[in-house]
Write a protein that binds this ligand. Structure first.
Ligand code: ATP
Ligand code: MG
Length: 377
């Protein structure tokens, strides 16, 4: 399911920088083919800071390897900055990668026999970027950014883990790539050092880079623009996760499977008041308006709901008839995910806390609507 909507913080004019379409990855094993990525659709815009989270073995590194071209999808397409990565041959791949992607690994992977500054100059040498003289100057500037100027001519092993990771980030930025990909960049660092590494990524996002990090740290993930949750090789729909945050990963995946996307033109009617209710809806694009009829008065817009917000929960818990109309706002088309009440019921049977949360919202929204319908008018 697509993850195409941007949330707060991302630059609004960002074009599509990373686009994975129906990506599958099978690993051959002695027994059978292991399905490591299943129907992955992931869209990331220029300037976005995206975190990828998921259990060990869920497919996070495999996903990054598809983007970097370190490995190839078994089927599907991968576009990065307009390049069809899945079609690049090995020869072209290395140079393309060197110019377009900065990669930061969990264990730094600096070359131990050459100095810090030589490690940073290496990608520039390899891609023949910048003149010889410029390369050293640029490497020193990058070391200044990561606050390691004093260590330029030391061997990496003379540095602490956090310092080595900062060198690795400077190296990733060597060719000024538009995209930086980092697999557990803070996994081996204490929390204070992890914080300084995270701050460096934040600075780079502010300068317009697109950054994707895999992390086990949900606290860090929350501070990125957007989080993609992966479970058993599949991406959980982020709006489903936002609407029902108390579901487990497996339940979220189930809900993602159960959800059906529906599209509506700007201004069009989605649900008419008085009709039978049969589904729970989560807004994924655009804005919907909940329109309340009032006796002897004009209709009133009770509330506007944007991505991650939902409707249809009131009717699930109360009477199964729509007591308000729902329409797409006049300005943008709308996409919603519909989860049928029978499916929702099964999900909520597995998660009492989600049921309680939705029920509370249903009561709250009902009370608000009654107030607005009667209103001050
Ligand atoms: N080369 C391979 N051959 C066979 N199976 C593989 C291969 N690489 C990965 N796998 C399997 O694919 C699944 C996903 O692996 P991946 O490394 O992407 O997980 P991950 O989410 O990055 O985990 P971790 O958090 O532990 O790094 C795992 O079950 C793993 O055992
Ligand atoms: Mg991994």
């Amino acid at each position: 399911m697509a993850l195409s909507q941007k949330s707060n913080g991302a630059s609004s004019d960002g074009h599509l920088m990373i686009d994975l379409r129906d990506v599958h990855k099978y690993y051959k094993t002695a027994v059978d083919d292991f399905h490591a990525l299943n129907n992955v659709d992931l869209q990331i815009h220029a300037g976005e800071f995206v975190s990828i989270i998921g259990k060990s073995g869920s497919g996070k590194s495999t996903l990054l390897n598809m983007i970097t071209g370190i490995d190839r999808p078994s089927s599907g397409e991968v576009f990065v900055n307009g390049m069809a990565v899945h079609e690049l041959n090995e020869n072209k791949m290395a140079r393309w990668r060197g110019r377009n992607l900065g990669i930061v690994f969990q264990f730094f992977q600096l070359l131990p026999m050459i100095s810090v500054i030589e490690n940073i100059m290496l990608p520039m040498d390899f891609c023949r970027m910048y003149s010889m003289r410029e390369r050293e100057k640029r490497a020193l500037e990058l070391l200044e950014i990561v606050e390691l100027s004093d260590h330029a001519y030391k061997l990496p092993t003379a540095l602490s883990g956090g310092q080595q990771q900062r060198v690795a980030i400077a190296r990733a930025l060597a060719n000024d790539p538009p995209v930086v990909i980092a697999d557990e960049p803070t996994g081996n660092l204490d929390s204070k050092t992890a914080e300084s590494v995270f701050a460096l990524f934040n600075d780079q996002v502010a300068k317009g880079k697109t950054i994707i990090i895999v992390t086990h740290d949900s606290g860090l993930a929350k501070r990125t623009h957007r989080t993609a949750l992966i479970a058993d090789g599949e991406i959980v729909n982020e709006y489903v996760a936002r609407a029902m945050p108390t579901l487990t990963r497996e339940q979220l995946l189930q809900a993602t499977h159960d959800a059906v996307a529906k599209n509506y033109a700007a201004g069009s009617m989605i649900i008419a008041e008085g009709t039978d209710a049969d589904a729970f809806y989560i807004v994924t694009k655009g804005t919907v308006e909940v329109v309340l009829p009032r006796p002897n008065q004009s209709d009133v817009i009770a509330v506007q709901l944007g991505p991650g917000k939902y409707f249809g929960e009131m009717e699930f818990f109360h009477e199964k008839k729509h007591r308000a109309s729902i329409r797409a706002s006049e300005h943008t088309p709308v996409e919603v995910l519909a989860i049928g009440y029978d499916r929702l019921s099964e999900l909520l049977n597995q998660s009492e806390v989600t049921r309680d949360a939705l029920h509370q919202f249903a009561d709250l929204h009902e009370a608000e609507n009654i107030r607005k319908r009667g209103g001050l008018s």
